[in-house]
Design a protein around this ligand. Structure first.
Ligand code: HEC
Length: 212
């Protein structure tokens, strides 16, 4: 029996309003408003052909460069003009299941010499940018992963590699030689597996550029 229809009506309206805002704040991000919540948040990546991934990357790369530039990290300014070592973006499970590219500055040379055990010279910088693709085909810039070889003795605990992660919001998430260094200790812990190649994994074979 409805003794107080007015009150019930009010309760319904209140729930409707709460429900509306609940849905409005849903996780469905729009490509422009999205900021990653967890830095290793995993998207269900769409199954793209390399050609499609390259196309998506080309549509997004300018925006990615602008976002990372906000962090004002000098080591990776203009990294997209460096040599790229992969033929098309490839999925990297170890970097959050995102599509990634590998770039190296001039001092990094063609970075194949690490496969023979040679170490990188001080000043060599490798940058790996990343983006996520949803099943609906929406693309989102993700973090930029940086490794910079420092001068001998600068960082003995990381074999003189500096690790930096810059978010798509243009913030330094962690810098092993600066702010929030603890947040990026996991980088070297994993890269340690390939100590015999100067801690570099290199590009998966299927995506190496022809000269390599
Ligand atoms: C769980 C293991 C793992 C973790 C953690 C990890 N990496 Fe990597 N990294 C890899 C692998 C594997 C590759 C090569 C394949 C690829 O691109 O996914 C790689 C490649 C790279 C490269 C290109 C140079 C190379 O090794 O060939 C950079 C730069 C890089 N990672 C930076 C970082 C940074 C910065 C972090 C931390 C924020 C990090 N990585 C965390 C496994 C890892």
């Amino acid at each position: 029996m409805l003794r107080n229809p007015g009150l019930i009506g009010m309760v319904v309206v209140v729930f409707w309003i709460i429900g509306y805002f609940w849905l409005a704040s849903d996780e469905n991000p729009s490509p422009t408003s999205f900021q990653p919540e967890g830095h290793f948040k995993t998207f269900h990546a769409a199954d793209n052909s390399p050609e499609r991934s390259e196309e998506l990357y080309n549509s997004l790369r300018g925006d990615m460069a602008d976002r990372y530039a906000e962090a004002s990290e000098p080591s990776v300014m203009g990294y997209q003009n460096w040599q790229r070592f992969n033929t098309a973006p490839y999925l990297s499970a170890t970097h959050g299941d995102r599509f990634v590219n590998n770039y190296g500055n001039a001092l990094a040379g063609d970075y194949t010499n690490v496969l023979t055990g040679a170490a990188m010279p001080a000043g060599a910088i490798l940058a790996k940018d990343a983006f996520a693709v949803t099943e609906e085909g929406q693309v989102f810039a993700q973090s930029l992963f940086v490794m910079e070889k420092l001068g001998a003795g600068r960082s003995p605990e990381t074999a003189d590699w500096r690790y930096v992660m810059i978010t798509a919001a243009g913030e330094v998430y962690g810098d092993s030689m600066g702010e929030n260094a603890m947040k990026v200790t996991f980088c070297h812990e994993c890269h340690q597996q390939v100590a015999g190649q100067d801690y570099l994994f290199f590009v998966p074979e299927a995506f190496r550029t022809a000269s390599r």
